[in-house]
Every structure is written in structure tokens, then in C-alpha cells.
Design a protein around this ligand. Sequence first.
Ligand code: NAD
Length: 501
Amino acid sequence: MTSSSVPSVKLLINGEFVESKTTQWRDVVNPATQQVLARVPFATAAEMDAAVAAAKEAFKTWRKTPIGARARIFLKYQQLIRDNIKELAALLTAEQGKTLPDAEGDVFRGLEVVEHAASIGTLQMGELANNVAGGVDTYTLLQPLGVCAGITPFNFPAMIPLWMFPMAIACGNTFVLKPSEQDPLVTMRLVELALEAGVPKGVLNVIHGGVDAVNLLCDHPDIKAVSFVGSTQVGTHVYNRASQNGKRAQCMMGAKNHAIVLPDANKQQTLNNLLGASFGAAGQRCMALPVVILVGEAQAWLPELIERTKTLKVNAGTEPGTDIGPVISCAALERITGLIAKGVEEGAKLELDGRNPHVPGYQDGNFVGPTIFSGVTAQMTVYREEIFGPVLCVMQAASLQEAIDIINANPNGNGTALFTRSGAAARHFQEEIDVGQVGINVPIPVPVPLFSFSGSRASKLGDLGPYGKQVVTFYTQTKTVTQRWFDEDADGGAVNTTITL
Ligand code: NAD
């Protein structure tokens, strides 16, 4: 059901923000109040085709735009985002629920990618080897692919779209973005600012929708590459479908990240870090820490961990001092509370029950308070499934190696963290852990854009990550040129039928 009296979210096709002609709409809802903020269309097939066609046409000129001209757009864009960061964060909190400071962080982490896109001049340089044979040089061109597409999740509606279109466009591609239908408003404001910064018409297009929109992007013959961030189930579908259609695909997916705490760690720092990473953003981060393994004597820290967790404040993201805002939807709330019930049923010890918190003034919000289970085993549903809520599973191990074995047996490989004062333990962990992003006394080790996001195993399909150097490889075709020039007066030489230069 949708409300027709609220503003409608527009499509962006060929530089114009247009009203969809669809009959299918969905409400964008404030998760702290259930207020309907806007309605978002599920674009028609004709509208989606028009967006791809606009991107295809714009590619003809955009691919030849000088690299400096492309870079300067992103220099301007980063300034516009910076100037509007408070407004962007407020919009984000209204539709997504996270606290205002966290929403600013969401925008800021995306802004860092935009800053990096402004360095495209040095990022998109090829290589040259002189005299690979007599009078022959070989060099590479990193050429844009054409129309690229991006499909994004609800939990970072600023950062994740900014992982994608700035780098794709800076490389000389054109783009069709499909934001999460749950919170598209901040994404659309960022898109408006991109046009204001000078992204030409047709270079960036936006369609809205769900399954049909995603399938169209995976199938459309004029789309060359698809970037996806979201759940493992949908990401696997996108990877398979886009790959079968001959496209490049990169899919960053679900997670179950573990922290290991050794007894020699700095206790207060470690507990602070665990609280922030396990319960911040109501646990709705793919790099959250929903599992902690307490090793040896660190198991005695559990009571203090529980007491400290009780001090976290559950409230609307707009209220000062809030630690944990609402989860994205009523359905998410129901799923999370269902999983908590399942944990109890399967024998985990519910040390702290965050269900049905009292949040004065926000009785209708999708709130679940911080929840802690101890005695969790690898067979339990609360361990096997990504809860994506403020629920922490505490496990025990007798040694660092036993803890590493638990993590390596888990199929996911997005992120992990070790807390210790021992350099030798840290080095052993770094060597032996089979996870793509590793923190040593850093709870959420998301790499800055000088590097690339590098989740692994079941958390990722495709070998190249978003942003950083890897995404320049993803968004470009390496063309290798081998050339020789004959002197005017050289004779024709002899025919050579062997494989030589
Ligand atoms: P989701 O998979 O439900 O949605 C992601 C996108 O896919 C959205 O644009 C949505 O419209 C679309 N979609 C949803 N269902 C679909 C279907 N059946 N067929 C085709 N398309 C569909 O993910 P979400 O709930 O928005 O986001 C949370 C998930 O994203 C979590 O699993 C989280 O771990 C993951 N995530 C991963 C990373 C990472 O970098 N690894 C980062 C952020 C979020």
C-alpha cells in the first residue's frame, strides 16, 4: 500500500528527473516513527530501457572526455558533498534510522571514495615496456567498458552508491544505478549533487525497483559490468545471472564477523571497541562484529561486557546521545526477534534480552535493544545466520588457534578482528586467518579508498573489490598494444613463419 499524498521519488534518465508512469509504488518509511516520507516507483521496462539507452549514447562522448576534465568533476563533487553533509545525514537518518553522527560517517566514507576518484589521472595509467623485441614496445591502455550498473543495499545508502558510480564514471564509463527501494532519498540527493558538480546528461542514470529492475540490469545486452552489494542470496543470483550473460560481476555479500579477545588485550579499549562494533548502527553493518570469542581468562570479562552493554541508549537516531537507533523495517524487527527466540529455544544463554525496549515518544519505532547470548555453538541458528541486528553471540575458546579454527570453519570471510598486546599473536593471526579484512585492535577494518574493500569466501563473488585500485581494473578493459615502426628506408626483410616478433 502506498500513500499518494507524499512526494514521489524520481527516476533519472538522460539528465532529467522524471516521474515514473508505473502503477507499482512502495512507501519510504521513517523506521523510528512509521511516518511515510515519500513513495518510490518500481520503474517500467520501457523506463529502464530508456535509462540504459541514455547511458549507451552518452558513452560515445564521455569515453573520450579528457582525464583532467573527468577528475575536476569529482573535485567539485567532493566539495558539494562536504558543504551539504549535515543535510545529507539528516535525510539518511530519517529514512534509514541510524544516529545522526553515524549517518555523517556513512556520507563521509563515501566522500573519501569521491576524493579518490579525483585522482583518476594517476590511477588509470597503463604500463610500458621498451624494446620487448628489436624495435618493439608493448604498452597497455586501461579503457572504459561502456555502460556499468550498480545495485545497492539499505544499510549504507550514501557510502555504497558512492563506492560505485564515482569510480566507474571517473574511468570513462556511464552508469545506471538501482538504489535500495527501502531508503532511496539520500542516494537521490547525492545524485542531484553529482549533476550539479558537472556529470553530463546520460552519464549517470537512476532507476528504482526490486527483482525486475535487478534482473533487467543482469540481462540487458548493453550493460557490460554489474556491481552489487547486499545479501548473499541476492548477490549469488546477481553474480550467476550477470556472468551467464557475459558481464563482469562483483558482488559483496553477507557476513558473520568474529572478534577474538586474548586475555592480554587492553580490557577497557577492547570492551569499548566491541560495544561500538557489535551494536552500532543497530548491528546493520556488513562489517559489524556479531560474534566474539573470548579466549582463556578473557572469558571472565563477560559480566563486565554485559554491564557496559546495558548502558547503551536505544532511541531515535535524531535524539542526542542515542547509541542504537531503530532497525530498518517492521519485517526486519520481526526477523531479529524471531531469531532471538530461536536462540533461546536452541539452548543459548540469553544474558541480555533487548526485545520490546521502552522508547518514550517513539512507541511505533522498529526498536530492538542490545542483546547478548553466551554459550553459543557453531550449530545454533543464531550463529549460522546473519542476524543483522544488535545481537552479540559470545563463544569461548581455550587458545588463539582454537578461535582461529572456529572462524576458518565459518563460510563467511568479510571481516575479523583480534584484540591483543602480543605482536607474535597478531602476526600468527594475520597469517592463519582465512578472512579478507583483518583488524588488529581495530574492530571494523574497512580499508580506506587507497586500498580496496576485500571481503572473501562466501562474503564475495568476483575477484575484484569495490573502490581503490581493484575497481579501476574492474571498470576498465586492459588493451595491450605491441608496436613496431619501420624506418622509411628499411627493406622488406624475409618472411618469418616462426613465432617471434
Ligand atoms: P538485499 O540483498 O535484500 O538487497 C540488496 C539489493 O538487491 C537491493 O537493491 C534490493 O532491491 C535488491 N533485491 C532484494 N531482493 C531481491 C531479489 N529477490 N532479487 C533481486 N534483487 C533483489 O540486501 P539488504 O537487506 O538491502 O542489505 C543487507 C545485506 O547486505 C546484508 O546481508 C549485509 O551483510 C549486506 N551488505 C554487504 C556489504 C559488503 O560489502 N559485503 C556491505 C553492505 C551490506
